[in-house]
Design a protein around this ligand. Structure first.
Ligand SMILES: [Zn+2]
Length: 454
């Protein structure tokens, strides 16, 4: 069992499981001579937020960002929750997985590395791989990486076909799997740009493709998704270059990876089945007298960096206010969505908006705003607060889940926030900057286009 932080009075820093990361959920930092023992002592009682200076002094860097990503609720008692599934609710299945992981870890500690390769560990690994919530084409690609069965130049050569075995991307070294995905100078730019240099180094040093994929599967699920998408995307880039197409810039590849990861984190594996059926439309204006609030959060596993964007528009498509910002470390994609919602709602309240519609492309956020479904998750307290505010501060407010193609302005604003320093944000009312006007015109043009079609 692990803890949800409220006022921090009941949680012992060094003994209790309260940090949403790692196997033990306890600080990695050794206690040493530190006298501070309760989580409440890490909270600034006046501001009701983490005392980040103190935390930076006491803990190792990896603990610091994990701790700062936990929301504090001074008005609430600490509560016990089950950590390992997303909703924070105990399930037999998640218990089984945790027990299995702990048992494995113990075994490894007792017997050394070799016990990891127990008889059925192979089967477990494949089950895990096929269970990662990404489209099947991506899993198939990673499966082939694990079996080293992609058509790398060195693999073709080993079948005794004579050819130039140099990497088609850099032309400097022979192309094998490790070079293609981890060592080539071009792919290294992509890993670096995504903030994944640490894991790249770790993977690059493993001795077999099988170990590489096993190591990826040992990561947190969202990290696993990014690495899977990176591998799949890079293989398609490499194939295009191999047949003579121009090499896209690292930035282009990275933003394609980011967009795909965002979609997957929001939709999970549902993306496979419904995307093709869903009608792609642009933004649709609300009825007169109602303002439409489009929000979007952005989250990059690896750096854990979150960002947000929102735009509030009237029935004629005019922008009332738009905003974007960068968050410090956040726990997951849902938390970033949640923060986007919080900032948008605060802006709407300040403007005295009485009737509104919130549009989000995250089905989890919609669930969290309209039910108690996610109340025990890491962002649970925030959900409770924001639902209370929606009831109290608006005469009417609906929450609608829309397709990402209807949310492009908020999406662009959140993407922009990703490149800013943590905590930096902007609100735009009048005059609106050119790029906001341009993006809005684009949104509205798509709306008119759809009207003409009908
Ligand atoms: Zn290369």
């Amino acid at each position: 069992m692990s803890w949800r932080v409220g006022d921090g009075n009941h949680i012992r820093i060094w003994e209790d499981a309260w940090i949403p990361a790692g196997v033990t959920r306890r600080p990695r930092t050794p206690r040493g001579n530190i006298v501070i023992s309760k989580v409440s002592e890490l909270i600034d009682p006046i501001r009701g937020t983490w005392d980040s200076e103190l935390i930076n002094d006491l803990f190792w860097e990896e603990d610091v960002s994990n701790i700062l990503s936990i929301p504090v609720h001074m008005d609430r008692e600490d509560s016990v929750a089950w950590h390992f599934n997303k909703k924070g609710v105990f399930s037999v299945k998640s218990a089984y997985h945790v027990l299995e992981d702990e048992a494995e870890t113990k075994l490894v500690r007792q017997k050394g590395e070799t016990s990891r390769h127990s008889l059925n560990s192979g089967q477990k690994m494949w089950n895990k791989l096929w269970g990662v919530p990404v489209p099947p084409k991506i899993k198939q690609c990673v499966w082939r990486v694990a079996h080293n069965s992609l058509a790398h130049k060195m693999n073709i050569k080993s079948k005794k076909i004579s050819l130039d075995t140099r990497c088609p991307v850099c032309f400097r070294y022979d192309e094998d799997g490790a070079h293609c995905f981890f060592k080539c100078k071009e792919v290294r730019k992509v890993w670096r740009e995504l903030g994944l240099e640490n894991i790249r180094l770790k993977l690059a040093n493993l001795l077999s493709a099988m170990e590489v994929v096993a190591e990826i599967l040992r990561q947190r699920e969202d990290m696993c998704i990014v690495v899977f998408v990176l591998i799949w995307k890079w293989w398609s880039v490499r194939n295009k270059v191999n047949v003579g197409e121009l090499m896209p810039s690292a930035q282009t590849t990275v933003s394609a990876i980011r967009d795909m990861v965002q979609d997957i984190l929001k939709e999970g594996s549902r993306i496979n089945h419904h995307q093709s059926l869903e009608v792609q439309q642009g933004w649709l204006p609300p009825a007169e007298g109602i303002l439409k609030i489009n929000i979007d959060g952005s989250f990059m596993p690896g750096t854990s960096k979150g960002a947000w964007g929102f735009v509030i528009r009237s029935h004629d498509g005019a922008i009332v206010i738009a905003g974007a910002g960068s968050l410090g470390p956040v726990h997951d994609a849902l938390m970033a969505e949640m923060m986007a919602c919080k900032f948008a709602v605060e802006a709407a309240i300040q403007l005295g908006i009485a009737h509104g519609v919130i549009e989000t492309d995250s089905s989890q956020l919609r669930e969290g705003l309209t039910s108690s479904e996610f109340d025990l998750s890491v962002a649970g307290g925030l959900f409770q607060d924001i639902r209370a505010s929606l009831h109290e501060d608006f005469l009417s407010l609906n929450v609608t889940k829309i397709h990402r193609s209807c949310n492009s302005l908020a999406h662009e604003l959140a993407a922009m926030g990703q490149s800013w320093d943590p905590g930096q944000y902007h609100h735009w009312i009048d005059p609106l900057p050119d790029f906001v006007i341009r993006l809005n015109t684009h949104d509205l043009a798509e709306y008119e286009l759809i009207n003409i079609k009908f």
